[in-house]
Design a protein around this ligand. Structure first.
Ligand code: NAP
Length: 281
């Protein structure tokens, strides 16, 4: 029977560490990290996410601001906001909440954020640095998964890791971070034989967006299972990408959904903003 990896508790620890580092930055350099979240329009899910980010930023002692233009804002006007924030010395981190309205090219907006203020880690420069194995700001969700593995005492070095999903925000950066940690990494997608690949894995990271796609019986006994999936079911409950009840019978460690990877994303955003403010990369 697997031990649960308590993402809520680990995330609280990460935020407490950031808060302690903020105190030091304030005392030694008179510097208060500043995070601005740009939320365009009235997407209800974005509002909840942004509120969570603002709350966490205030709790750790950052200055926190929100830019909230109307959904009718033009791409040029949004670019002007990003350029202004890029030049504002009090703003160390800029996060443009996705999704953006359809008439705006999200890639163009993300690429306009200064790479050193790109606390989401989505800028092509930061993605490139990750793939080159150079220091840079890392995407928050896979960055959080690496911390969860550490907390579970799982050193990826020499282990077989299978990442299911190859998105630019989770799957691909996850695979690169595991590779950088010396795992032997396989990345799966729609054309993969998931059962066969997962059965070989010492570490499974599921980032698919399909409830319970990863069957418990596929899990190698003793594997560490990290479920990034957050699927809202008809009853309003959240379900992961892994068949949790059966997987936990075989895994050594497993993250629950909710309460696993989810809370880590915001905590690592705080960590990234601190890194951006302190020039630590
Ligand atoms: P995404 O962009 O939709 O990518 C999904 C990936 O899964 C794609 O690479 C896709 O393969 C693969 N996939 C889909 N169906 C598959 C199937 N039947 N068999 C094999 N592979 C399949 O999703 P994402 O943004 O990476 O997010 C993945 C999940 O993580 C979602 O549930 C999302 O809500 C969750 N998430 C959670 C957090 C958090 O903070 N906890 C953050 C981000 C995302 P192809 O490339 O072949 O299409």
């Amino acid at each position: 029977m697997a031990q649960l990896i308590d993402g809520k508790a680990v995330a609280a620890r990460v935020r407490a560490e950031v808060k302690a580092d903020v105190e030091i930055l304030k005392a030694e350099r008179g510097l208060v990290p500043g995070l601005t979240v740009v939320r365009v329009g009235e997407d209800p899910a974005s509002k909840i996410y942004v509120n969570g980010k603002k709350k966490a930023a205030e709790e750790v002692g950052f200055n926190s601001w929100e830019e909230h233009p109307d959904a009718s804002i033009s791409e040029a006007e949004l670019l002007a906001i990003v350029h202004r924030l890029n030049e504002d010395p009090a703003v160390h981190g800029i996060l443009v909440q996705l999704p953006l309205p359809k008439h705006i090219d999200a890639e163009r907006i993300i690429s306009a954020v200064k790479p050193e203020k790109d606390v989401d880690g989505f800028h092509p420069m930061n993605a490139g640095k990750l793939s080159l194995g150079k220091p840079g700001l890392r995407p928050c969700t896979p960055f959080g998964v690496m911390r969860l593995l550490k907390e579970a005492g799982c050193d990826p070095s020499g282990k077989r890791a299978v990442v299911v999903g190859r998105s630019n925000i989770v799957g691909k950066p996850m695979a690169l971070m595991l590779l950088a940690a010396d795992a032997t990494v396989t990345v799966c997608h729609r054309k993969s034989n998931l059962a066969a690949e997962v059965a070989n894995a010492d570490i499974v990271v599921a980032a698919v967006g399909v409830p319970e796609l990863i069957k418990g019986e596929w899990i190698k006994p003793g594997a560490v299972v990290i479920d990034v999936g957050m699927n809202r079911m008809a009853d309003g409950k959240l379900k992961g990408d892994v068949e949790f009840e059966k997987a936990k019978e075989r895994a050594s460690f497993i993250t629950p959904v909710p309460g696993g990877v989810g809370p880590m994303t915001i905590a690592m955003l705080m960590r990234n903003t601190l890194i951006a403010a302190s020039g630590g990369i």
